[in-house]
Design a protein around this ligand. Structure first.
Ligand code: 9MR
Length: 366
């Protein structure tokens, strides 16, 4: 074939499939124009996002449907919001998220059934204002879990049943929550049993943060091992993944995935974000560390964030046989739970204008 003829063929082909750089990376590709996060990861794991009902309209909703194939309610299914008074459930917000997931054929994770935070105060008190007995509290927990899990059993494939029951301090095992104070550790096993009875098909998770901290991880490991050995229906561990530019290390992340899956449990990253501030969890400052007052997304933030995300997704892909889902905690840098304390954070793959950041391309070009 002469040069002219081969050029005539090559140009339209490259227009269709994109040009490769010398490193082989596709920099522009028509065939990729509609390819989104969930498509790049279709042979790996579902990619989810935490949402509020307000995000299910307009531009946020378009981005959600294009990029993701799984949803979590950021707050709407938690005990306080959904069950504000003993005789009163508030379904509207949670129902709207469930309906949206169904309409767009997205998976839906339930979050969460039992947590020390966002638990309604009536749960722990009787009419006189005294603390209830263990029997009363377990009955209330059972009623709550049964009602909520049954309502969504045709929508939700799995639940974070117990959230954050392990203490952060090395010397303390269980968090001294109202649940623990009244029931001891038994509330944990009971919550899983109630959820399983309400929906025997649901995949049931224990979910926590700082799961790459060796001491906390060991405690979580011991707890879930004990539950499994006792025949309690627990099927997975959620690594929340509130990470930052300096945490976790590759080794600790790998170790967490390996340790929990060695118990025959699924592993999911359930609340992923990478804070641009140094800190152990969610960008919170290490004691004594200088408070960073920067307000813009700078190159000094972007570079280490890209490195961290690349590392994280590399490890997750390598472990795709153990990982059954990865969910981002919020959609774009426009809104993140990490904003506050006088500073804005930029922990996600989409910027404040909902455009893909460079780190997005790092995550999908592999
Ligand atoms: O993102 C949630 C935020 O809107 C709530 O105010 C907060 C209440 O504690 O909970 C946030 O979500 C948390 C999640 O449910 C459990 N893991 C930690 C998350 C961030 O705090």
């Amino acid at each position: 074939m002469n040069t002219f003829k081969s050029l005539l063929i090559a140009i339209p082909i490259s227009l269709l499939f994109g040009f490769c750089t010398s490193s082989g990376r596709i920099i522009q590709s028509k065939s990729n124009a509609t390819k989104a996060l969930k498509d790049y990861y279709k042979d790996y794991f579902p990619i989810g996002v935490a949402v509020t009902p307000r995000m299910l309209h307009g531009e946020d909703s378009a981005l959600i449907v294009t990029q993701f194939n799984s949803l979590t309610a950021e707050n709407a299914m938690k005990m306080g919001p959904i069950h504000p008074r003993e005789s009163d459930y508030y379904w509207k917000d949670a129902d709207s998220i469930a309906a949206f997931a169904k309409k767009h054929s997205m998976r839906l994770r339930g979050h969460n059934l039992c947590w020390h935070a966002q638990a309604p105060s009536w749960m722990f008190k009787n009419e006189k204002g005294d603390t209830v007995s263990k029997e009363v509290l377990l009955q209330r927990l059972k009623d709550h879990i049964t009602t909520v899990v049954k309502r969504y059993k045709d929508y939700i494939y799995g639940w974070d049943v117990v959230n954050e029951a392990i203490d952060d301090r090395d010397s303390v095992f269980y968090r001294y929550s109202a649940w623990y104070k009244i029931c001891g550790e038994e509330f944990i096993a009971k919550a899983f049993e109630y959820a399983h009875a309400a929906d025997p098909k649901a995949v049931l998770f224990y979910n926590d943060y700082n799961t790459e901290n060796p001491k906390k991880r060991e405690k979580i490991y011991q707890m879930v091992k004990k539950l499994k050995e006792a025949g309690i229906p627990i099927h997975g561990v959620g690594l929340q993944g509130h990470w930052s530019i300096n945490n976790p290390s590759k080794e600790e992340l790998e170790k967490s995935i390996q340790m929990f899956s060695s118990l025959g449990l699924q592993v999911q990253v359930t609340e992923l974000d990478v804070s641009v501030y140094a800190g152990r969890q969610g960008g919170q400052l290490i004691q004594g560390q200088r408070r960073d007052t920067a307000t813009g997304f700078t190159a000094a933030m972007e570079e280490p964030q890209r490195e961290k995300y690349k590392m994280i997704f590399g490890i997750l892909r390598q472990n795709k046989n153990k990982i059954t889902g990865v969910t981002f905690w919020n959609l774009s840098d426009r809104y993140t739970w990490l904003d506050g304390r006088g500073r804005k954070n930029y922990p996600l793959l989409f910027d404040v204008n909902r455009k893909s950041k460079k780190v997005y391309w790092d995550v999908v070009n592999f």
